[in-house]
Design a protein around this ligand. Structure first.
Ligand code: M6R
Length: 618
C-alpha cells in the first residue's frame, strides 16, 4: 500500500505532487508528506492524517511549495504507528538523501543494528529510514553515485519496495526502484520532465507515455537527459519500455457524485457492457477470449480449477465455482490466496489456477501465483488494472474493463469479475459440450439484458435509502443466501462491515440452524436473498424460521413475488434472469444499502478506517 509520487522538470512541482497524492490516497491515508527542493534547500512537510492535513502545513509558508523537484507520500502504516515522525519522506543521517517508500523491508532490524554500530541514529520506527541510511552508508563507503548506491543497497534488502530517492548533492536526478510494489514513470516531451507515481493517475493530464518498472528494476531519471533502466541484481542496463496510457482524467474524477463508491455503483451497467463487449456475439452464440482460446487445451485437460483471490475478488471466485461446476462440469476449489501460499498446497501441471484481483497488486495473490507457477500449474489472471503486476505475472488472462475503481469498497470490480467468469464458464461449456448450443445462446442473450436490468435496479436507490435509515443503528446484521447467492451474502456483509463498521456476517441460508440462529431476536436485521430460482422454497422456510424468532427480515426477491412479501418486513425486487446471473443483480441493493448506511453514520465512505485499496503487504 502507500502511494508515492514525484516530479522533476521545468514546472512547479508542488501542485503536481500534492494533487498526485490526493489521487493516490486510495492506497493509504494515515499520514502524508512532501519534500520540495528549491534549488538549494530541501523543504520537508509531513504529518499524521490525510493529504488535506498536509496542505494545512504547506499553506502556512510559501517556501514549502517552491521548487521544480518534489517527492511525496501518502501512508498506510506498517512499521511504526501513524504519527508525524514516522510519516514519509525520510532523510538520511547527513540530511543529503531523502526517500519515499511503499512496501516492507523485512530484514530492516538486522540492517538497523549494523548501521547503529556504525554510528547511525534513528528518529522514526520505520524500515524506510533504515533503507535511506543503508543507501547513504553504501554511497559513502563505495564512493559511488546515487544510482549505484541504491542498486548495491537493494541487493542487501529482503522484502518489497517501490522507492523514490533524491540526493541534494546531485540535484538533477531521482532514482526509483521496485520489487513487489508498483511504480510508473511518466515521460514528458523531449525528456524535459518526468513524473513518478504508484500508478499513472497523478500524471495522466501531463503525459500519456509511461514506463512501468518490472520487479527487480531500477531507473535513474535525469531532467533533460532521460531515463536509464537497470537490473538491480547485476546493474545491467536494459531497454525502457514506453507504453501509451489508455486512462483518461475523466475516469479518475468523481463526475458529480458525492463519493467514488456511488459513482462506481452507478457505472456498473456500462462496466458490464465494456467487459463483455467484443467478447460475445449473443445472437451467433460466439464467445471470444484470446487468453482462453489460445490455451483451450490447458482448460479442457485440467483436473480441476483452483481460484485464488482475496476479499471481494474471492467472493467473485466463489460465484465462479458455481458457474464452472454448473455449466462446464469442471471441479473447482476456491482458496484465500493468503492461506494457499503458506499451506504447502498440492498443485500439479494438470491444474489451472485462476487468480482474480481488481488492483492486480495484492501481495498475497501475487505470491500464490508464483507458488502455483513454480509447481507447474497454468495460471490465468482476471485483473482490472492494465499492466498490473498480476496481469504480468500470469501466463494468460482477461481484463475486466471496469475502468478505475477508486472507492476502497469494491463494487463494479465484483460484477465485472463475475461477467468474465460467466463468459469463461460458458466458453468451456461450449467447448466441452456440457451445455447445448441453444442453452449457451440463451445464456448469452440473457447476459445482454443484464446491464439494462442493473440500470433499472439502480432506480430503487430511494427505497434502499429508506431501509438504510431504519437499520443504520443496528449493531449486528446477518446476510443469508444459497447457491449462486451465498457468495453475494458474504459480499453484502463485507460491504457493510468495511464502510459502516457495523458487524455483519454472511452465511449460506441453511447453515443458520447450525449456530447463527441463536443470535436472532427483535434487534437482528437479516438480509435474505430469496430469488425465485435459487432453492426458493428452502429459503422461504429459512425466512419463516427467522420470523418465528422475531428477527427483522429484509428480503431480495424476484419481481412479482407475493409469498415473501407476506412474511418479510421489507422486500426489494430484482428483475428476473437466469439463476446463474442473479449475483449480478442481487449484489446491487446490498452495495447501495452499505453506502447509504455509511453516509448516514457520517463515515468516510471512500476511505474507510484502517483499509487501503490495494493491499501490497502480507
Ligand atoms: O485488488 P484485489 O481485488 O486483489 O483486492 C482484494 C481485496 O483486498 C479487496 O477486494 C477488498 O476486500 C475490498 N476492500 C473489498 O471491498
Amino acid at each position: 500500500m502507500c502511494g508515492i509520487t514525484g516530479y522533476i522538470g521545468h514546472r512547479d512541482a508542488y501542485p503536481i505532487v500534492i494533487n498526485g497524492l490526493k489521487r493516490l490516497e486510495y492506497r493509504g491515508y494515515d499520514s502524508a508528506g512532501i519534500m520540495m527542493y528549491d534549488g538549494e534547500t530541501m523543504h520537508l512537510s509531513k504529518t499524521k492524517g490525510k493529504v488535506s492535513d498536509l496542505e494545512i502545513i504547506t499553506n502556512r509558508e510559501e517556501e514549502r511549495k517552491k521548487g521544480k523537484i518534489g517527492i511525496g507520500h501518502t501512508r498506510w502504516a506498517t512499521h511504526g504507528v501513524p504519527n508525524d515522525v514516522n510519516s514519509h519522506p525520510h532523510f538520511s543521517q547527513s540530511g543529503d538523501l531523502v526517500i519515499v517508500h511503499n512496501g516492507i523491508i523485512e530484514n530492516y532490524d538486522t540492517i538497523k543494528k549494523e548501521l547503529i554500530s556504525r554510528g547511525y541514529e534513528f528518529k522514526s520506527d520505520t524500515d524506510t529510514e533504515v533503507l535511506v541510511n543503508l543507501i547513504e552508508e553504501v554511497k559513502k563507503s563505495e564512493g559511488c553515485k546515487l544510482g549505484k548506491a541504491v542498486q548495491l543497497a537493494l541487493t542487501n534488502v529482503i522484502g518489497a519496495y517501490a522507492i523514490a530517492v533524491f540526493d541534494k548533492t546531485k540535484p538533477n536526478e531521482i532514482v526509483v526502484a521496485r520489487l513487489g510494489s508498483p511504480i510508473a514513470i511518466g515521460v514528458g516531451k523531449n525528456n524535459e520532465e518526468f513524473f513518478v507515481a504508484s500508478d499513472a493517475s497523478p500524471f495522466i493530464e501531463y503525459t500519456k507515455d509511461a514506463i512501468y518498472l518490472e520487479d527487480g528494476e531500477l531507473a535513474i531519471i535525469k531532467k533533460d537527459k532521460g531515463i536509464k533502466v537497470r537490473k538491480i541484481e547485476n546493474d545491467k542496463e536494459i531497454d525502457a519500455n514506453i507504453q501509451k496510457l489508455q486512462l483518461s482524467l475523466e475516469q479518475i474524477e468523481k463526475g458529480g457524485y458525492d463519493h467514488f463508491m456511488l459513482k462506481e455503483i452507478y457505472e456498473q451497467p456500462k462496466a458490464i457492457i465494456d467487459t463483455y463487449r467484443g467478447r460475445m456475439l449473443a445472437n451467433e452464440g460466439v464467445i471470444r477470449m484470446a487468453g482462453v482460446d489460445d490455451n483451450m487445451s490447458k482448460f479442457l485437460n485440467a483436473d480441476r480449477i483452483i481460484v485464488i483471490a482475496c476479499g471481494t475478488s474471492w467472493h467473485a471466485g466463489l460465484v465462479g465455482e458455481y458457474l464452472f461446476e454448473d455449466m462446464a462440469r469442471i471441479p473447482v476449489e476456491v482458496e484465500y490466496a493468503s492461506e494457499f501460499r503458506y499451506r504447502n498446497p498440492i498443485i500439479t501441471p494438470k491444474d489451472v489456477v485462476i487468480a482474480i484481483s481488481q488492483s492486480g497488486e495484492t501481495a498475497d495473490t501475487l505470491a500464490a501465483i508464483k507458488l502455483a507457477k513454480s509447481k507447474g500449474a497454468f495460471v490465468f489472471g482476471i485483473c482490472n488494472v492494465v499492466g498490473s503486476s498480476i496481469a504480468r505475472e500470469t501466463h494468460a488472462g482477461a481484463y475486466t474493463h471496469a475502468g478505475p475503481e477508486i472507492g476502497v469498497a469494491s463494487t463494479k470490480a465484483f460484477t465485472t469479475q463475475i461477467t468474465v467468469l460467466s463468459l469463461i464458464a460458458l466458453k468451456l461449456a461450449q467447448a466441452k459440450g456440457t451445455l447445448s448450443t441453444s442453452a449457451v445462446n440463451k445464456y448469452l442473450q440473457t447476459m445482454q439484458q443484464i446491464p439494462a436490468q442493473v440500470d433499472k435496479l439502480l432506480q430503487i436507490d430511494a427505497q434502499v435509502k429508506e431501509i438504510a435509515a431504519v437499520y443504520k443503528d443496528a449493531k449486528n446484521c446477518l446476510y443469508l443466501g444459497r447457491g449462486f447467492n451465498f457468495p453475494v451474502a458474504l459480499e453484502g456483509a463485507l460491504k457493510l462491515k468495511e464502510i459502516s463498521y457495523i458487524h455483519a456476517e454472511g452465511y449460506p441460508a441453511a447453515e443458520m440452524k447450525h449456530g447463527p440462529i441463536a443470535l436472532i431476536d427483535e434487534n437482528m436485521p437479516v438480509f435474505v436473498i430469496a430469488t425465485s430460482k435459487g432453492h426458493y422454497e428452502k429459503v422461504v422456510s429459512n425466512i419463516q424460521e427467522i420470523k418465528s424468532r422475531s428477527g427483522k427480515i429484509i428480503a431480495i426477491v424476484t419481481e412479482g413475488d407475493e409469498t415473501v412479501k407476506e412474511i418479510a418486513d421489507h422486500v426489494i425486487e430484482i428483475p428476473d434472469t437466469e439463476e446463474a446471473f442473479t449475483p449480478l443483480l442481487t449484489t446491487i441493493p446490498f452495495q447501495l444499502l452499505s453506502y447509504h448506511i455509511a453516509v448516514m453514520l457520517g463515515k468516510n465512505v471512500d476511505q474507510p478506517r484502517n483499509l487501503a485499496k490495494s493491499v501490497t503487504v502480507e
